[in-house]
Design a protein around this ligand. Sequence first.
Ligand SMILES: [Zn+2]
Length: 316
Amino acid sequence: MDNKLECDIVKELSIQYIEKTINEGSEKFVKNHLENCKECSEFYKVMESKIYNDDGQDKLMKKHLKKVHTHINLLRISLITILIFILGATFIFWSKEQRISNLINKISEKIEYMETLDNYRITQTTMYKNLKTGEKSEFKDEYYYKNGKSKRISDSSIIFCEDNSYDSIEVYKDIKQIDYSHYNYIKQKKGGLIGVLSYVKENYQPIASTIYSLALSVREDRYNGLECYVLRFGNENSYKDIWIDKNSYITIREIDEVYGSIYTETVFTFEENIVTDEDVNTKILDSKEYDDYKRNDVNSNLSEQDLKKYNSFYLQ
Ligand SMILES: [Zn+2]
């Protein structure tokens, strides 16, 4: 074969040879020629490097890089999604916590203000219902406070107290008895009666502005024509709902329910500046009635020293 023609054929077959898509016979022929032809051998080296660099390697590299980019992009999207989710969840929890804590703090501030008042009346009506038997009972309490004197009227008795005094008078009309007590602690302090309304301040204020406040939920509802916030603490067995008047931040209703067992509902009213001297006057019996009453002195035998001891204990 003419050498020039052979060279042309070998050059023609270069790509197939390098990419190994050539048949066995031709491969032998090319191999044989390359061993003896310097020019073709050089040409093949150039072709080989061209095919691998520009084509093969480049294609492989590009393919690989594309894969890497896809992975990076997927990773980036996942991370961004997770981050958005975390931020979103944090924001939702934070706003819920803020909302509950703000409400608890407002209710507590109101209680602190109410404790400074000199004239008010609180009524409390409690209804118990046994959910198994349907049995119901209701109790009513009224609390009067005016300038250091207080009176509590319950279904069974009336109690009179004065601020920072050990003395109390309890009148039982049904059994016609008057108990004069010189208790071992001070029965009444200014603002003491407000305790009836301060469940939220006493129990929830310590957890306000902490993650624990998320154990509470708030909803808005109406009761007795009043717009209310309803603070709920509950689980699968029971709940406690506290109804707060939106305008005044005063508790107007409390409900405790143990599912399928007991339902307790307490309704409160709070009125300012309606208590008269008569309302807190201990002289509720006329002298004739008074004579019919049995008078009972309760723990009148405490020594002055005991009183001081109890005093310091209870005033802490
Ligand atoms: Zn050649």
